[in-house]
Ligand binder design. Sequence first.
Ligand SMILES: [Ca+2]
Ligand SMILES: [Ca+2]
Length: 379
Amino acid sequence: MSRYLAPLICVVCFVLISCGSDKSTEVGARVEQPSPENAAQTPGPNNLIDAYVDAIDQLETDRDASQNFDGMVRIPGGEFQMGGDNDQAREDEYPKHGIRVRDYWMDVHEVTNAQYLEFVKATGYITIAEQEIDLDELMKQLPPGTPPPDPSLLEPFSLVFRAVPEGQPVNGPGDWWVMTKGANWRQPEGEGSSLKGREQEPVVHIAWYDALAYCKWAGKRLPTEAEWEYAARGGLSDAIYPWGNEPIDATKANYWQGEFPHENKGEDSFAKLSAVGSFAPNGYGLHDMAANVWEWCADWFHYHYYYDDQFQAGIVDNPIGPENSYDPMEPSVPKKVIRGGSFLCNDSYCSGYRVASRMKSSPDTGMEHTGFRCVRDVQ
Ligand SMILES: [Ca+2]
Ligand SMILES: [Ca+2]
């Protein structure tokens, strides 16, 4: 769900949901227009996107941070087959196709609250979830004549998970995602919550632009989707999970045990986030490539991207994703790729912790289950 579309649901009786676009991995790159197949329907908060990009442009890369390789591992480049490996794979994971990536450095952990705090202290950066909704921009997206929404709907908010009581009907994500005032990376569950004792948990409620801002300061970038999957596979060929083909269990990752979205048994000791590195690393020394939090990638999400002609012609070097976004579930909303699953995933719902599993989200929207990790080019 896009941040600017969530309040609309409260104002008018039509549902517009989800997220935004840019194939370039260059920090601060402008968001491109959506594909022709959805352009006519795409709402255009372009002034807002300009503001997000300008905020990133104004950040300076920190000299010390940009030379710090602590907590990173060099991923040896190579070839692999990208795409689905078992019958849980969804249509957008096919066809499998050959990819070659160069060497790169990657964070061994998801970016933590402590790391993001260091960035914010150094720069004064304010995340999107901490900002009020701009009434003028919101009104541009409403039908002419629509009365302004109640001012309370313009207050900063983010989306927080709430389990659905047993017996209550479930229609979709709107049943368990709650617009929560005051929820942001500093207050993950909203007003009254804090980061005390949670410094080593992954930072959440981070929009794609907020992740990009951190990357610029740290002299890093977001991984491409191909780099992310290559790294998640940890040197294994055609395996389902970062650890191989053994089914997931409570010793392997922080995911959801029980019936989603009703009962989380917490057999892995974590009902929500776990401190990064609480589970064993994969073959490249990377922790939590399966679950804990979804991780932003640089690429636009396009449902049919794997059918791109370039992939049919042979092995492709270092792909950077499609030029446009397309999600058939929400064609009006451009989205970026997120990978790896979260503490909310289980086999009955999304199995997002499979290395090939693809998901997507609006780049202006942070959520309680979405964070990121960074990569850096080898010089
Ligand atoms: Ca768990
Ligand atoms: Ca993860």
